[in-house]
Design a protein around this ligand. Structure first.
Ligand code: HEC
Length: 224
C-alpha cells in the first residue's frame, strides 16, 4: 500500500478523535454558560420564581398572599351539617334536611360503598376485604414481610367503637379520612358521601336487627 494512503488514513483517524475528546472534556468541566439547548420545549420560559420581585404588584412580591375574603373549595361553611357533618359543634346524628332518605338513596350508597370501601372494609363491613387478605398474605410470607411492610387493618365497622358513631362522624371519615385511611372528599361527591354514610349505618343496624325492623307484612317469610 502506498505510504501516502497509510499516512492519510492515520491523520484522518487522529482528526476524527478530536470531537469525542472535546465532548468528553466539556462534559466533565463546570461552566457558568448555559448548555447548548437544541430542543427547547418549555424548559426556558419567562416566569417569576419564589422570593423574587414582580413589578406588576404594588408590594413587588412575586409570591401572592391569600386574597382577603376568598373561600377555598369545600370551605363555604354555610351549612356545617351538610358540609362537615357537624351540628352545634357535635357530630350530627341526623341526615341534612336537604337530602331525601329513601330506598334509592340507600341503594346508591350501597353501590358506592361496594366500589369505594368494600375493597378494604369488606362487603359486610367487617374489615375483611380483598386488600386486607392480600396484606395478610404479604405479612405471613415464610421469610416474613418485606422490609418496611406494615399493615393497619381496615376497621370492623360493627365493633362498638364504630357502630355507635353518629352518621356525621362517618361522613367526616369518608370526606377527610382518619389516621391511616385516606379521605374520599376529592373523589366522591358530597351527596354520594352522605349516601355511603347512610348505607354504613344501615349495614351496622343489619347486624343487630330485630323482627321489629322488618315491615310487618314480610315478617312471616323470615321466621326460621
Ligand atoms: C385502602 C383501604 C380502605 C378503604 C378503601 C376505606 N377504608 Fe375506612 N379505614 C381503613 C383503615 C386502615 C382504617 C383504620 C384507620 C386508623 O385508625 O388507622 C379505617 C377506618 C375507618 C372508619 C373508622 C374511623 C374512626 O373513627 O376510627 C370508618 C367509619 C371507615 N373507615 C369507613 C370507610 C368508608 C365508608 C369507606 C369508603 C368510602 C372506607 N372506609 C374506605 C381503610 C380503608
Amino acid at each position: 500500500m502506498p505510504r501516502l494512503i497509510v499516512y492519510s488514513v492515520m491523520v484522518l483517524l487522529m482528526v476524527a478523535l478530536i470531537p469525542p475528546v472535546v465532548a468528553a472534556r466539556t462534559r466533565s468541566d463546570e461552566s457558568p454558560a448555559r448548555p447548548i439547548h437544541i430542543i427547547q420545549d418549555m424548559d426556558i420560559q419567562a416566569k417569576y420564581k419564589t422570593q423574587t420581585r414582580n413589578p406588576l404588584y404594588a408590594d413587588q412580591r412575586s409570591m401572592r398572599p391569600e386574597v382577603v375574603g376568598a373561600v377555598a373549595r369545600g370551605e363555604t361553611m354555610l351549612d356545617t351539617h351538610l358540609e362537615n357533618g357537624v351540628v352545634g359543634g357535635d357530630w350530627a346524628d341526623t341526615l341534612p334536611s336537604s337530602l331525601k332518605l329513601d330506598l334509592d338513596f340507600v341503594e346508591r350508597g350501597q353501590q358506592r360503598y361496594n366500589i369505594y370501601c368494600a375493597t378494604c372494609h369488606g362487603w359486610n363491613g367487617m374489615g375483611n376485604g380483598p386488600v386486607n387478605k392480600r396484606a395478610q398474605e404479604l405479612m405471613n410470607y415464610a421469610e416474613g414481610p418485606p422490609e418496611g411492610t406494615s399493615w393497619t387493618q381496615a376497621r370492623n365497622l360493627h365493633d362498638p367503637g364504630w357502630s355507635e358513631q353518629p352518621i356525621g362522624q362517618i361522613y367526616n371519615t369518608i370526606t377527610n379520612g382518619k389516621n391511616s385511611m385516606a379521605g374520599y372528599g376529592s373523589q366522591v361527591s358530597l351527596n354520594d358521601r352522605w349516601a355511603i354514610a347512610v348505607y354504613v349505618k344501615a349495614l351496622q343496624r343489619s347486624q343487630n336487627a330485630t323482627m321489629q325492623d322488618v315491615p310487618p307484612d314480610q315478617r312471616a317469610s323470615l321466621r326460621p
